[in-house]
Write a protein that binds this ligand. Structure first.
Ligand SMILES: [Fe+2]
Length: 290
């Protein structure tokens, strides 16, 4: 293997060295994919990619996902510029725990984020491993997950009553609210990862609005317990950015959030997503395990 993989030592995350993302061989792509599946979040330093190179990197791993509710870049319909200006008062984009677009029927497999202008302080991205959260789940909670579905909806942030309406229009990024945000999508609470076969506890506080099919106890109470559980410190990796760093995470197994703490500084990132599958429920005994 030509690349070097250096795990963070946390529940997820690894740095990958020894590769130029603008000139990937097929072997590099295979090695990166394997490391990404194993570590859920991988990052690469010193990768000064153009937007076109970011697009080409993304397409080495699959097809672009569909980006709703946020205006994409002019001339780059698959790229979102995540930008916050020094004097901006709005909360950081993506400040609550979420998996990107989990309200879609087939949410993105991966999100790829490239750091262009990185403030000297703050601005971390935190990742919570849904795989680690399930592995450590106490037996009495595991038993309550059988057949439970999660209702996902974009209504919190992207309805007309969402954050554009409640927090003003002072955000640099252009949010495109819609009545479609009230749509719901049901996904399994315990998801089978389509590539590794591993079980993943897959829910998030921004888009997961209700549990359905709970046979033991109050669904709202169980939702709160599980949302708290998934983001316990032992499952979280806190990622610090540098300019020209590219990070790619497995949106099928981690949740993430954007931290603030850099008022007075500009922060600019370019983001793409990789199209994903419709989530399948985990079937114990059938899936391969590692
Ligand atoms: Fe996000």
């Amino acid at each position: 293997m030509s690349i070097e993989v250096i795990p963070t030592g946390r529940a997820c995350g690894a740095e990958i060295k020894g590769v130029n993302l603008a000139q990937l061989s097929d072997a590099d792509v295979g090695d990166i994919r394997a490391a990404w599946l194993e570590h859920e979040v991988v990052y690469f330093n010193n990768q000064p990619l153009t937007i076109e190179e970011l697009e080409r990197f993304t397409l080495r791993f699959g097809e672009f996902g569909f980006e709703p509710y946020v205006e994409t870049m002019a001339d780059h319909p698959n790229v979102i510029e995540v930008r916050r200006e020094p004097d901006e008062k709005a909360s950081p984009f993506g400040a609550g725990w979420h998996s990107d677009w989990s309200f879609q029927a087939a949410p993105p497999a991966a999100t790829i984020l490239h750091g262009k202008i990185i403030p000297p302080i703050g601005g971390e991205t935190w990742y919570a491993s849904g795989r680690a959260a399930y592995r450590a789940l106490p037996a009495e909670l595991r038993e309550r997950l059988d057949g439970v579905s999660v209702e996902h909806s974009a209504r919190g942030p992207y309805s007309h009553e969402g954050y554009k309406a409640t927090r003003g229009d002072e955000r640099t990024m252009k949010i495109l609210p819609s009545d479609r945000a009230y749509d719901s999508q049901m996904h399994p609470l315990l998801r089978q990862h389509p590539e590794t076969g591993e079980p993943v506890l897959w829910l998030n506080s921004v888009y997961s609005i209700a549990l359905h099919g709970v046979s033991d106890g109050d669904p709202d109470e169980l939702l709160k317990i599980l949302l708290d559980w998934c983001v316990r410190d032992e499952f979280v990796y806190r990622h610090r950015w540098r300019e020209n760093m590219l990070t790619m995470w497995d949106n099928r197994s981690v949740a993430h959030l954007a931290r603030g703490g850099y008022d007075g500084h500009r922060r600019v990132m370019h983001r793409t997503t990789l199209a994903g599958d419709k989530p399948s429920p985990f079937v114990s005994g059938v899936a391969q395990t590692h």
